[in-house]
Design a protein. Structure first.
Length: 285
């Protein structure tokens, strides 16, 4: 036997032992950081975290709190109804004519036609934008058609806060008591609006296309309250436009209920609201 093998028997390692030593060596090389190596890594991690935070903030603020959808200007045209939507709207108005029709919003595309179709009935438009009122000469005030300028005391970015309030005070909001803040979110609404038994309510306003613009939270809520007050035997229909947006979608589910959804077309949802005398909540739990 060679002397080297007798003098140094422990220098002969099995393949398994050599693999273990190699892995340990690589591990210590990786973990052996100096301050100069750590600082660039920390800067990279913090920078990446900041970028993610900015993306999250931009998604949220681009259309308010957690209940907004994000649409680019090219994708979002808030007041242009498609031909199918127009026909859908006119068909429902025709079925309710002559009747009492309340419209949140004043859109040149169809406002005058609604008044024409509802000839012999009573049509009321509630609009917060003075420019729209001045520009919409065709839907002038008459005995059968009236336009009222109202004011919204909230903005779209506060939608989630109002939704939370409604859920925590559902009993009071259902009967629209003073403990429910929703009625105070819209001012200068004529008293006649709350006295008329409406056959059809249409929510296509206010714009609600920016975080700082009035959202449709209160409009959908009031439409739900007025529909239940009407106590029509066959129910009162509520049409909500732009239901591809989260405010319109969530507040429709909250105050109009998916169980009352009877038809839809494009960005329109059609709810038929039946009065329930002993109910204390908007939707069955």
């Amino acid at each position: 036997m060679p002397p080297s093998e007798i003098a140094f028997p422990l220098l002969h390692f099995s393949p398994k032992t050599r693999l273990k030593k190699t892995l340990l060596h690589k591990y210590y090389r990786v973990m052996k950081f100096t301050k100069r190596n750590i600082i660039p890594l920390l800067v990279f991690i913090l920078s990446f975290a900041s970028i993610l935070r900015l993306i999250k903030i931009s998604v949220i603020t681009s259309y308010s709190s957690p209940i907004f959808s994000v649409l680019s200007p090219a994708e979002y045209r808030p007041h242009l109804l498609t031909e199918k939507e127009i026909n859908f709207l006119y068909d429902i108005v025709s079925r309710k004519s002559p009747g009492n029709i309340l419209v949140f919003g004043l859109e040149t595309q169809y406002s005058s036609q609604i008044s024409t179709i509802n000839s012999g009935g009573f049509t009321v438009f509630l609009e917060d934008n003075l420019a729209k009122i001045n520009a919409n000469n065709s839907a002038s005030n008459t005995n059968s058609t009236r336009i009222h300028r109202i004011e919204y005391q909230t903005v779209a970015r506060d939608a989630y806060k109002h939704l939370k309030h409604a859920r925590q005070n559902q009993k009071h909001c259902y009967i629209s008591s003073r403990k429910c803040k929703f009625m105070s979110l819209v001012t200068k609404v004529p008293k006649e609006v709350y006295k008329v038994k409406w056959d059809l309510l249409i929510v296509d306003g206010p714009d609600g296309d920016k975080p700082e613009s009035p959202g449709r939270m209160a409009a959908i809520y009031i439409a739900g309250v007025l529909a239940r007050r009407s106590k029509k035997k066959k129910g009162t229909h509520v049409l909500v436009h732009d239901v591809d947006r989260m405010i319109e979608m969530w507040f429709s589910w909250e105050f109009l209920c998916d169980t009352n959804l009877v038809s839809s077309k494009g960005k329109f949802w059609d709810f038929n609201i039946l009065a329930k005398p002993n109910a204390t909540t908007f939707c069955p739990t």
